[in-house]
Design a protein around this ligand. Sequence first.
Ligand code: GRF
Length: 187
Amino acid sequence: MNAPAKIAVLISGRGSNMQALAQNAGDDYEIVMVASDRPSAPGLAWAIEHGLPTFALSPKGIGKAAFEDVLDHTLRDAGTQWIALAGYMRLLSNAFVARWRGRIVNIHPSLLPKYKGLDTHARAIAARDLMAGCSVHVVTEELDAGEVLGQQEVAILPDDTPDTLAERVLAAEHQLYPAVLKEFVRR
Ligand code: GRF
């Protein structure tokens, strides 16, 4: 049995996907760092309460390149092998993506390649799609365009609003992300 893969999770907000990843950690992977570009991200408080190592730094004032340099060093010092984005709202630079090529994954609330970017649920409802869902994909320089590693469909109900749909898709995300991550770090 190999040692658990060392994962760093990057968040900007409430971090519910980070929590799902942490709660499903075990023999396959462990969380070695929860990092945020927003020191006030509610998910950081949860991580601290649960004894996870955290790192928080705002790029404001120091600029993106310096921010990513510090982030990169912090992640490497923690022994990070893979990075999982979970509601991380900042675009990573091409240089950062290149340094971690093939080792950054993200969860996106649509059935990619449909609805890259924001407002995915409103767009799916407006298009009268029958199915929405979520995707875990490899992060490349192009937004939400890397290899899709796994998806979960969620039916759109006749009365759905973007908020009610988002709630059910989020529950699906919490199932999908840990399962796909476990497979990905083993392949
Ligand atoms: C999720 O909908 C995820 O798909 C998207 O951002 C949201 C993050 O939610 N990338 P949370 O911070 O994990 O609760």
